[in-house]
Structure formats: structure tokens, C-alpha cells
Design a protein around this ligand. Structure first.
Ligand code: PLP
Length: 459
């Protein structure tokens, strides 16, 4: 039998891991952790270590680990029919059922679903749909896509360009010039002295309007945004933001792509993030929570406005020439159907709202008075604690101190997985939606110990 050490050295010798320092990993200087099993909100390593996963993998294991009901549905589908493609009108019972459910569950005005395998490829599809739509309706110049600084939309060529985090661009020849970035809707950092959230939202909307006018509205096809900024720092929108942004988009006939990869399927207390903020998207990007990551699957949910043009243009252009071998994969559809059953049956959106609020309240109770805590924020089952060197002046820590990474390492040492988010010293939490109050209290207790350890070193 292969020993754990042998497994690790096989891995170091043969895998290029995402977001891992390649040289240190290959040489053995950086850690390798072999994950073996998971149950509820916990995962277990092959060395016996048990960890509370307060980031639900990459905020995707919404229904929690170890759901045999989903495993059984996948196995049953695999025994009956593990694969058939969905080209040229082929489908399966699982896919047809899932699609009908998604349209019913999605915000008003959604009409069709196109399937992929990741959030990145779904955003690629959505960008191409914006271009296709505008070509078909005789607006071939209306192609630019505006996203936001610190937005995250994936790492493929166009989705990586839409992502507004510079380390996804550097050394990778991105972003493509067809993409522009608008300002971050973060009141804590972006507001001017005395500016209310409403006023700040108005300023961001005015800036978006100015950008559209500067580019020429006839060249701007879409605005893409997450309802709540995710990887960029878990930042809920300031009051009035979406209402004001939506008005600008309507004024210039600019489509809205709601990137619901994180917010969709109950994470922020509503079926989709768009529902919570009254957004009226033309396209929705969904992934992660769709199958709770039991099988890779993503969805581009297409609104009537775009669908009508696609349908009417078909006589002229023929078949819709876009698709993946695995679009609408039956195993993904089987997993997604059971995930949606669980989401409904266990009222996980409500649990996200209730237990997520409790988690943030406890963070506020225990940590709001800490001299290095600048902001505690979140919504639904999302929470972030942002640390600064000086609360009064909002001076940041020297990045070389790596405060965020040290906090996350100190928590991990105590059995808790949190995520040090980019662009600041931010500890992020996005646990599975099945989190209990007792789990939340344990997360808070461990986080407090980690904060104590690291902040003592900073004084
Ligand atoms: N969009 C958002 C909002 C995301 O958070 C992510 C991933 O974290 C993506 C898109 C990309 O998804 P994937 O990693 O499945 O390509």
C-alpha cells in the first residue's frame, strides 16, 4: 500500500496546483495536505486531522459534505446512463427536470438554461451571448463589457479579463481590451468624508454612467457584477446601489449579467442574490451551489430579451454554435436535482440567513472592540473581518507583514479553515449553509484565539 509520504511525493512530482507557489511545493518547502473524507461542515485529512471548513471548499459545498443521497443519485444515473451529449436536441430526464426547476426558481423573466462545467466557462458563455445577441440585432459595435475592480468572474481568457484583481492578469497577458472596470462599491474604503451609503451608491452609479458615455453607449454591451462582491472581499452592496446601477444600465440599453456563482442557491438568504437586491438581470451565471460541487456543473440562465433574439435569429444563422462535450452532463443534472431538493426540504436559505446573522453578531460581540478590527461585514452565510493597523485613520498594515495570511494560518493550526481574502487583511467565512449555531460559536471561539495570537505579535 502507498504510504501517505509516498502519496505526497507523487503529488509534488506531478501536479501543478492552482494558487500554490510552484517551486516551494515541488521542492517540499510548502505544505501538502491530503484530504480524505468530509461530513457536514467538517473535512478530515489522511493524517487524521479534522478541520471545520468555514469556507465550504471554495464556497461551493452548500449542502455540506458526505450527503449519501446525492452520491446515490449520481451512482444510479451512472448505472443507467453515465453520459450522453446535449447537442442536436438530445436530453435526459434529469436535465429536462432540472432546467424546468431552474427557470421556475430564477428571478422573473428568465427563459432558457445553457450548461457548462465551471463558473469561468459560464461567464465565457454569457460574454459570447452578449456579442451574439448584439450581432443578431444589428448592433455589431455594442460589445464592450464593464465589470468592477475587485470583482471575480473566473480565470479563463474573457472571464479572467472581467475579473478585477490584478494578480489574475499579471504575466498572463490579460485583461483583453474589450473589458473595462468600474469602481468598487465598498463604502468603508471608498466613501468620502461624511458620505452616506446612498450618496456613495449614487456616486458609483454616476461614475458608471460617465464611463459608458466616455466609451460610447453604442459600444457597451453589458455590465457584469456579483450581487455581493465575493472573492474581492465579501462586500455587500451599499444601500441603494443596485437600484441606481440598474437605472443607468436601462438608460443606455446595457445588459446586466448577474454573476450568481457565489450568491445563488440560498447563500445570501434568498434563492438568488438578484432577488435580495431587486436586480433585473438579462443573464445569470450559476455554478458552485447548483450541485454543491458534488459534480462540476454551471449554468448560464438566459432572459427573455436575449432568448427572443436568439430564437428569431436562428432562421438566419442556423444552429447555436456553442457547446461543450459535457454540456448538460447527466451526472451533474442528477446531483443538482437532489441538491435543490435538499435546499428546499431543509430550508437552507433561511438557515443561511439565521445562522449567518448569528455568526456575524458573535464576531461583532467578541471582536468589534479589537483595536485592529476595521470592519465586520457580510450577509446571509457570508462574513468577513477586515483588519487595519489603525482604525481611526484606516491605515493598512504593511503587506509584508501578511497579517491576513497569518490569521488564517493561526486558525488552521486550531482546526478551522478560513480564507485570507486578497486586497487587504481580510478573514473570510462562507461555511456550508447547514451550519448550526453551535458550529458558528465554535468558529467564533477559534477565530478569537487566532486573532489574539496574531494581534499580540503586532503590538
Ligand atoms: N464567478 C464568481 C462570482 C466566482 O466566485 C467564481 C469562483 O470562485 C467564478 C465565477 C469562477 O468559477 P470557477 O472557479 O468554477 O471557474
Amino acid at each position: 500500500m502507498t504510504s501517505l509520504e509516498q502519496l505526497k511525493s507523487m503529488d509534488r512530482a506531478s501536479v501543478l496546483h492552482p494558487f500554490t507557489q510552484a517551486k516551494d511545493y515541488a521542492s517540499g518547502a510548502a505544505d501538502c495536505f491530503v484530504v480524505e473524507s468530509g461530513s457536514g461542515v467538517r473535512i478530515k485529512g489522511a493524517d487524521g486531522t479534522e478541520l471545520i471548513d468555514a469556507f465550504g471548499g471554495l464556497y461551493c459545498v452548500n449542502v455540506g459534505y458526505g450527503r449519501l443521497e446525492i452520491a446515490d443519485a449520481i451512482a444510479e444515473q451512472a448505472r443507467k446512463l453515465a453520459y450522453y451529449h446535449s447537442y442536436a436536441g438530445h436530453t435526459t430526464e434529469a436535465l429536462a427536470r432540472l432546467s424546468a426547476r431552474l427557470i421556475e426558481m430564477a428571478p422573473a423573466g428568465m427563459s432558457k438554461v445553457f450548461y457548462g462545467l465551471s463558473g469561468s466557462d459560464a461567464n465565457e458563455t454569457n460574454a459570447k451571448l452578449v456579442w451574439y445577441y448584439n450581432n443578431l440585432r444589428g448592433q455589431p459595435r455594442k460589445k464592450k463589457i464593464i465589470s468592477r475592480e475587485r470583482g471575480y468572474h473566473g480565470c479563463s481568457v474573457i472571464s479572467g479579463s472581467m475579473t478585477g484583481l490584478s494578480f489574475y492578469h499579471q504575466h498572463m497577458d490579460l485583461p483583453l481590451p474589450i473589458v473595462r472596470h468600474a469602481g468598487v462599491p465598498h463604502h468603508y474604503w471608498g466613501a468620502q468624508a461624511g458620505e452616506t451609503e446612498q450618496q456613495f451608491s449614487k456616486r458609483r452609479a454616476d461614475e458608471l454612467e460617465a464611463l459608458i458615455l466616455q466609451e460610447g453607449p453604442e459600444t457597451v454591451g453589458a455590465f457584469i457584477a456579483e450581487p455581493v462582491l465575493g472573492t474581492g472581499g465579501l462586500i455587500p452592496p451599499p444601500e441603494g446601489y443596485w437600484k441606481q446601477i440598474q437605472a443607468v444600465l436601462n438608460r443606455y440599453d446595457v445588459l446586466l449579467i448577474a454573476d450568481e456563482v457565489v450568491c445563488g442557491f440560498g447563500r445570501i438568504g434568498t434563492p438568488f442574490g438578484s432577488d435580495r437586491y431587486g436586480m433585473r438581470p438579462d443573464l445569470i451565471t450559476a455554478a458552485k451551489g447548483l450541485t454543491s460541487a458534488y459534480v462540476p456543473m454551471s449554468a448560464s440562465i438566459i432572459g427573455e430579451r436575449i432568448w427572443n433574439v436568439v430564437r428569431d435569429g436562428a432562421e438566419q444563422v442556423g444552429a447555436f454554435s456553442h457547446g461543450y462535450t459535457y454540456s448538460g452532463h447527466p451526472l451533474g443534472a442528477a446531483a443538482a436535482n437532489v441538491c435543490l431538493d435538499i435546499l428546499e426540504r431543509e430550508n437552507l436559505a433561511d438557515n443561511a440567513e439565521r445562522v449567518g446573522s448569528h455568526l456575524r453578531e458573535q464576531f461583532v460581540r467578541e471582536l468589534a472592540s479589537n483595536e485592529f478590527v476595521g470592519e465586520i461585514r457580510g450577509v446571509g452565510m457570508l462574513a468577513a473581518i477586515e483588519f487595519v493597523a489603525d482604525r481611526a485613520t484606516k491605515r493598512r498594515f504593511d503587506p509584508a507583514l501578511k497579517v491576513g495570511a497569518r490569521l488564517s494560518a493561526a486558525a488552521r493550526k486550531r482546526g478551522l479553515i478560513t480564507r485570507a481574502m486578497p486586497h487587504g487583511d481580510i478573514l473570510g467565512f462562507a461555511p456550508p449553509l447547514v451550519l448550526t449555531r453551535a458550529d458558528a460559536d465554535q468558529i467564533v471561539a477559534i477565530t478569537c484565539e487566532a486573532v489574539k495570537e496574531v494581534t499580540q505579535q503586532l503590538k
